[in-house]
Design a protein. Structure first.
Length: 250
């Protein structure tokens, strides 16, 4: 099976490639922007299956279809539910929310194998897609820049599991298990983080909806959250925020 990954975050692309290797599937190319993907598809044979991140660093991946007739089945990947649900309604095999779960990836691959002989030709209404996504494109933070020694590192919002305050400082924790200091307070972050992707569960924590692995009933009508990677301390949804939290995840 020939597979291509289009993902602007190189660590996420490499992680997906490693996960595919577990199913004996090798990615023949990893592309990281709309422009790079257009150039590649113009000059290479299209793969059987394409893993396509919806929002890339230089635009929405749907823009690729304006320049190239894609002949591949597509599994969309995204960090945002509203993008995924819209993508799912198109002629895609499946969609995966990031960070990608191994079981969900396996299910998507199996679904592709079942339908590959009858996969319809993609017929995408690009302008309609742009109009659908426009309401969700408010200028929220897409990345943070942190200083590490003499270097500056850009951290994509999609790779952040949570923000938390500790010792009067604000920290962000990423899916690769690393912690970085940020200048913003949690109060300031409330204006900068996409409200459908991040929720302030307490005075101490902001969490990414896609980072939540489990939700457990806790004492005094509260909830305890288990994230995919973060386990440095308990994350408890405060009692006064439980109702709003349940509405947020619904």
């Amino acid at each position: 099976m020939k597979v291509v990954i289009v993902e602007d975050e190189k660590p996420a692309a490499r992680r997906l490639s490693r996960m595919l290797n577990e199913f004996n599937i090798e990615a023949i190319a990893m592309l990281h922007s709309v422009e790079e993907a257009i150039n590649w598809f113009h000059t290479n044979e299209h793969p059987e299956l394409l893993f396509l991140d919806i929002q890339l660093s230089d635009g929405l991946s749907f823009e690729i279809f304006e320049e190239v007739q894609i002949n591949s089945a597509i599994i969309f990947t995204t960090a945002y539910d509203e993008y995924a649900l819209k993508a799912f309604k198109l002629n895609s095999v499946d969609y995966l929310l990031k960070p990608i779960d191994a079981d969900e990836l396996e299910n998507a691959i199996n679904q592709f194998k079942k339908t590959q002989l009858s996969t319809p030709k993609l017929d995408l209404n690009i302008e309609q897609l742009k109009n659908l996504i426009a309401p969700s494109s408010k200028d929220y933070k897409k990345r943070f820049t942190v200083k590490i020694g003499q270097h500056l590192k850009m951290i994509s919002i999609k790779t952040i599991e949570c923000f938390y305050s500790e010792n009067k400082a604000t920290n962000m924790f990423t899916i690769d298990g690393r912690t970085y200091l940020v200048e913003d307070t949690l109060d300031q972050l409330e204006e900068k983080l996409h409200p459908e992707a991040f929720f302030r569960v307490s005075r101490k924590y902001f969490v990414n909806i896609n980072a939540i692995k489990d939700i457990i009933s806790y004492t005094n009508s509260r909830l305890k959250l288990i994230l995919h990677t973060y386990n440095e301390s308990e994350i408890i949804v405060s009692r006064e925020r439980v109702k709003d939290f349940k509405n947020w995840i619904d």
